[in-house]
Design a protein around this ligand. Structure first.
Ligand SMILES: [Zn+2]
Length: 149
């Protein structure tokens, strides 16, 4: 098998494994929420730390000022035009197969080529030391741990 074919095979295996552990959007949001607030919730508006679940199970609402924050807010995954699951799949592929082409990304995650290309660019900027990168790294290592088990 040539190098390119092997890469494509590895990418497909990775996506399949990921989907078996994180079958839907809810699982992905749940993971992101766990990591984002692992040191506890602090309201960005009033600084209080008491919260209850918001409109979605994975968002948190400050019990003092009632403002709600979603799991994706203030992360690289905010305002993505596609699902968090697809975004994590893209991140995973970019992390494990750094020289994967945006065309191959597009085939693997079933999103438009331009969408993958733009996300790839966004990730590159993020890897150059944006604070959001810490969360992405934590997310990817947590995913790696769960895929191992
Ligand atoms: Zn508040």
């Amino acid at each position: 098998m040539n190098e390119k074919a092997e890469k494509i095979k590895n990418a497909a295996i990775l996506i399949e494994k990921f989907t078996s552990v994180f079958p839907d959007e809810e699982h992905c949001l749940d993971l992101l929420a766990q990591l984002k607030w692992k040191e506890g919730f602090v309201c960005r508006h009033c600084g209080h730390t008491n919260w209850c679940h918001g409109k979605s199970v994975t968002s948190r609402r400050c019990t003092t000022c009632k403002r709600e924050e979603s799991a994706t807010a203030h992360t690289i995954f905010h305002h993505c035009r596609f699902s968090l699951k697809s975004a994590i799949e893209l991140s995973l592929l970019l992390c494990h197969i750094p020289d994967i082409s945006s065309y191959e990304l597009s085939r693997q995650v079933k999103l438009r080529h331009m969408t993958c290309y733009q996300f790839q660019k966004k990730m590159l900027i993020c890897q150059q030391g944006q604070p959001e990168n810490k969360l992405v790294n934590e997310l990817l290592s947590e995913v790696a741990v769960r895929l191992e088990n």
